[in-house]
Every structure is written in C-alpha cells, then in structure tokens.
Write a protein that binds this ligand. Structure first.
Ligand code: NAD
Length: 397
C-alpha cells in the first residue's frame, strides 16, 4: 500500500479487513464514512441511546417483513446474540403483529406497518433496521430506513440493479449510517476456512473453482417465481452464493463472465424467471470458476482445485450442517449460529465505529456481476466485468 496516495491509503486503513483493489474507487464508494471521526460520534450516540433505553448496550433491531427468513432464522438468531436484540417489527399483517408481539414481548410503540414506517425516525429503541422483504422492495425500504436515521442490514441480493444499489449507498452515506448486506456466510467458519485456504494459497494457486447451489422452489413465495412484486429467480436467490463463494475463495473478482440458461422443463412455473443458469467466471490470472444454479434441482457445493491439493464444502451454503474436506482429510470445524454471528458483528461495527466487512459496495459488486451474467446468457457473448466494484472480504486471510 506504500505507493498509494495518502487519501486512498487512509481509506484502505479504515476499511480494515475488506480489501479494496482498484485505484480511484475510494471516493466513489461512500465507505470512507464508516470509520470516520464523524461516524464515531454517531456510533457513540447510537450506543448511549441504547444504553439509556435500558438494553445494556444491546442495539435494537427492527425486522422489516416477517416472512420465512425472519420467522424461521433471524428472530430465533436474535435470541442468541450478545450485541443486539429484537426491539421492533414492521409488518402489513395485523395478525402477525399480534403473534410476534406476544412471542417476543415487543411493545406496541415498536410495531410498525409499511405506511407509518418512517416514524421509526422518532424511536430511539431501534438502532438497526433489517430489511427482509422481497428483493424488489430492498431499495425503497433501505433508503427510507436511512432517511429515518437508522443503520441498515439489507438482505441479499442487495437490489434489482446497480443504480438502485448506488442510491442505497448514497442514502446511508448521507445519513451517516452504516449499511451491510445479509451475507451470513462471511461469519461462518467453514466458509472462512475456504477464504483462508484459497486467499493464502495454502494448497498453492487455486486453478479452478466449482460453485453450485440449487433448490426445488415451491410456490410459497410467489415473488421468488417472478410473480407479484417479482425480483425472484435462482441466480438472484441462491446462485448469488456461488458468486460469493468463488470470489472469496479465489480472492479475486472476475474480469469477464459467460453464461447459459438451462432448458425450461416446467414452462408454467418458470414463465417469468430462469429455471436455472450455468455461468463461468474468468479471473485475471487465467483461472476460472464453473458455477451453476437452479430452482428445479438440488445441489450445494463449493470446491477449489489448487496446485498442491483441493478443498471443498458440501453442503456449503446451508444454515447448519456444513461439512468440509481437503485433500488431507476432514475439516474439523463446528457449525455456529450464522445469523447471530452476522448480526453481532454488525452491531459491533456500529458500537466500535468500524466498517463492516460486508458493506453495500459488496452487495453492489454482486448485483453488477448478476447483471453481467444475465447479459451474457441473453446475448451468448462473453461480458467484461472489469468495471465492477473491486471489494473483497479478506478477514480470514
Ligand atoms: P417470504 O416470501 O417468506 O417473506 C417476504 C415477506 O415480505 C412476507 O412477510 C411478506 O408478507 C412481506 N411483504 C411485504 N410486502 C410484500 C409484497 N408487496 N409482496 C410480497 N411480500 C411482501 O421471503 P423470505 O424467504 O423471508 O425472503 C425475504 C428476503 O430475505 C429476500 O430478500 C431473500 O433473498 C432473503 N433471504 C435471505 C436468506 C439468507 O440466508 N441470507 C435466506 C432466505 C431469504
């Protein structure tokens, strides 16, 4: 970093574990605010406000959208966190509000719907708004949360296109609030081991990556099949983990992509979205990642072939039960409550005024890559991705 001009070197220092690769990036990201003095005072006020509200410095999180992920994973995970707590909910369904209020002892004043959402601005119990809505609604609610003065966790994929991502980043920057993406696997030790083995070249240069993630998608979330508010499809929903896994294992961002849609075997179900898609990521050192994703199959793997061995996870992206192997044997790693670690890490960033390792810029990078993959599949051409945001989580390395 010594050759870098001062402003950028300072910026990289502030970024900490999230490594930034390309000159000229710093000023356009808005991330520099995350560790700045300005932010420090905001963070202090956030934490003292929380203390005053009697929550022993635990930051209050409001879940927005009480669907399967909030109900099945995030709310139970919040009971395992040490830095945060479930303080509020936002729902358009009064019966859900009643059920959650009783189950989690949430006071009426911390229960919102989508119309009075912006009144969160007046509620010091809520430090962080966690957007767990269908993908096409992420941008609107992240921006409204930032305008209400709240830090934001936004679920993946960050938004529908890079333009929306930029607006979300800008809104959080303007409000001097942190924005992170719900990338739970960055806080999961098997995946962190893949980062370490790959990025540190423990088995030599990683020559090839295989990343595959598919599920049989049912009708329980119509938007996942492109209906209603839309924003679904396997690439955005589960293929994004392949993209992520390939990048954090290789420690590089692809310079180009190719892709091909799977044949449609169920035209009724897959009339609005792709049934599946194969995509290839090309890295600057001449190596590749072969990725595939589908809503009509079942696989779950992240594998790296390196010069002196191999290492892999299967399943790689599940909430629990992850297993890892290397060419030298089994990875002896415990599974952890991923979402609790993820939310605790973000709360820690806010309390200590540190940048998150999974910021909005990383979400935007992935949305840029998803856009390029769709373009490659539609055009049948190789699409350059040299201009995507250059940000990598190097925490584990
Ligand atoms: P879901 O369909 O079960 O829940 C969506 C929620 O949004 C529902 O409570 C629904 O009532 C609410 N909603 C509000 N307005 C809506 C509208 N106009 N149309 C449809 N729903 C509306 O979905 P989910 O599985 O909970 O996923 C929500 C988000 O969480 C998605 O962005 C998804 O990608 C993400 N997610 C992330 C993970 C992860 O591991 N990080 C896992 C699952 C889901």
């Amino acid at each position: 970093m010594e050759h870098l001009p001062f402003s950028r070197r300072n910026f990289l220092h502030q970024l900490g574990a999230a490594t930034l690769l390309v000159p000229g990036f710093a000023m356009s990201t808005g991330l520099q605010g995350c560790g700045s003095k300005n932010d420090e005072s905001k963070a202090e006020s956030a934490s003292s406000a929380t203390t005053e509200s009697g929550s022993a410095r635990k930051l209050g999180i409001a879940l927005v959208g009480l669907g399967k992920y909030s109900e099945g994973q995030l709310a139970p995970a919040l009971e395992k966190t040490t830095n945060c707590r479930l303080a509020g909910i936002v729902t358009g369904t009064p019966e859900k509000a009643e059920k959650w209020k009783k189950k989690y002892n949430i006071p009426d004043k911390n229960i919102y719907d989508y119309k009075n959402f912006d009144q969160l601005a007046d509620n010091p119990d809520i430090d962080i708004v966690y957007v767990v809505l269908p993908n096409s609604m992420h941008a609107e609610y992240t921006i409204r949360a930032a305008k209400a003065g709240k830090h934001v966790i936004c679920e993946k994929p960050m938004a529908m296109n890079p333009g929306e991502c930029q607006q979300m980043i800008d809104a959080c920057k303007k409000a001097n609030r942190q924005l992170s993406i719900g990338y739970r696997l960055h806080f999961e030790p098997h995946n962190q081991e893949m980062m370490r083995l790959g990025q540190k070249k423990v088995y030599g240069k990683v020559n090839q990556i295989v990343a595959e993630n598919a599920q049989k998608q049912d009708e329980s979330s119509p938007w996942r099949l492109g209906r209603g508010v839309g924003g679904g499809g396997p690439l955005r929903d589960v293929g994004i983990y392949c993209l992520q896994g390939a990048i954090y294992t290789k420690g590089q961002i692809p310079i180009a992509v190719t892709a091909k849609y799977h044949p449609v075997t169920d035209p009724e179900k897959f009339s609005k979205i792709e049934e599946g898609i194969d995509f290839q990521l090309y890295f600057a050192d001449g190596t590749m990642a072969n990725c595939k994703t589908s809503f009509n199959d079942k696989y779950n793997k992240l594998r790296a072939e390196a010069a002196k061995g191999w290492f892999e996870l299967s399943p790689a992206y599940a909430y629990d039960g992850l297993e890892g192997k290397t060419s030298q044997g089994k990875m002896e790693i415990e599974n952890v409550p991923q979402q609790a670690h993820q939310m605790d890490a973000f709360a820690d960033c806010i309390l200590k005024s540190k940048p998150t390792t999974v910021p909005g810029e990383m979400g935007m990078r992935d949305v840029q890559l998803i856009q390029a993959i769709f373009e490659a599949a539609t055009s049948g051409t190789k699409v350059s991705t040299k201009d995507v945001l250059q940000i990598i989580d190097s925490t584990a390395a």
